[in-house]
Design a protein around this ligand. Structure first.
Ligand code: ZN
Ligand code: ZN
Length: 331
């Protein structure tokens, strides 16, 4: 039962290190020693509002202790899937663990997460990764590769023949979509990416996007698929307007609402609007293969790493709009 200091986000963009005691793992649980945690757009609100839970849900580490009957060995390295899915419900049974009907928690939201020195997780949400992948890079398996790859899987349900793509928002999710789309579709499918930040547009361009200022989205040719990674009403509505007939908008960034005029927007044009939430646990295996094959490209998504002692600085960098993925590490 280790007791250790963990950074609590107390609101108003302030961090306070507090002692936390971690319980011994129960049957079916493991205690992960956190080595890296990537900062996410969804942590932004916690940094502003504060939380009693230790934040962080893009976690890589090594197994420090296991509950009775565990099959994962102590010392195993890997990443933690955010959602404590049940494994039994209809959705879990068909592999859709990201929409579990009976999940018991979300790491970093209502269970102490990866900014702390340890994370107590269910053994079934641990995904092992060999030591050829450093811990910060391993966190890319989660929101960057997993969430983005799933958004494209959702798009493929509507358009299996994607020939053009538009991504609204060049924050970490949008950059993840861009990189995963480049890997999936190759160099010939045009991928336009919009943002208001010149830094982010330049970063996206360096990763193979055609950059578009958010004010100029109406100049984009009609596309098969648009992916909203901005969470903004205006961006979603502009994206719907750029969909060709039979196209699909995938909303992957949480945020504001979207108004649709059903007859012209959906029926006459047979467009679809789909949500995409995190990703199924089973996707991790394929994404690990992709990470090994495209390691240098994916590594470029990480622009900054900070030791956990500098977690406030890590968040300020992330919120500056001049970063890709920011990773907090622990020795
Ligand atoms: Zn995240
Ligand atoms: Zn379930």
């Amino acid at each position: 039962m280790p007791i250790a200091e963990a950074p609590r986000l107390i609101g108003n963009e302030q961090v306070s290190f507090v002692p936390i005691s971690y319980p011994d793992p129960a049957p079916g649980q493991i205690l992960l020693r956190v080595r890296a945690n990537a900062v996410c757009g969804s942590d932004r609100e916690i940094f502003a509002q504060g939380s009693d839970t230790i934040a962080g849900h893009e976690v890589a580490g090594e197994v420090a202790a296991v509950g009775p009957g565990a099959t994962v060995p102590i010392g195993a390295r890997g990443v933690a899937f955010l959602m404590a899915y049940c494994g039994r419900c209809r959705n879990c049974q068909r592999g859709a663990t990201n929409v579990c009907l009976d999940k018991s928690g979300d790491l970093g939201f209502n269970r102490d997460g990866g900014l702390g020195p340890f994370a107590l997780i269910d053994e079934r949400v641990f995904f092992p990764v060999d030591d050829d992948i450093p811990f910060p890079l391993a966190t890319m398996l989660l929101d960057v590769m997993g969430t983005s790859g799933h958004a494209m899987d959702r798009a493929s349900l509507v358009r299996p023949d994607i020939e053009s793509l538009y991504v609204a928002g060049a924050g970490p999710v949008g950059i993840g979509v861009l990189v995963m789309a480049r890997i999936r579709f190759g160099p010939d499918v045009p991928i336009r990416v919009s943002d208001v930040s010149p830094w982010r547009l330049e970063f996206a361009e360096s990763l193979g996007a055609r950059p578009v200022h958010a004010d100029r989205v109406d100049s984009i040719p009609l596309v098969d698929v648009a992916i909203d990674a901005s969470g903004r009403t205006s961006a979603r509505e502009a994206a719907v307007a750029r969909l060709a007939k039979g196209g699909a908008l995938i909303c992957v960034g949480h945020g504001q609402d979207l108004r649709l005029d059903v007859s012209p927007d959906l029926i006459a044009t047979e467009r679809a609007v789909l949500g995409s939430e995190y990703f199924p646990f089973a996707d991790l295996a394929h994404n690990l293969t992709l990470l090994r094959e495209h390691r240098d490209t994916i590594a470029r998504v990480i622009t900054h790493t900070y030791d956990v002692a500098e977690v406030g600085e890590a968040f300020r960098t992330f919120l500056s709009g001049q970063s890709g993925k920011v990773v907090v590490t622990q020795a």
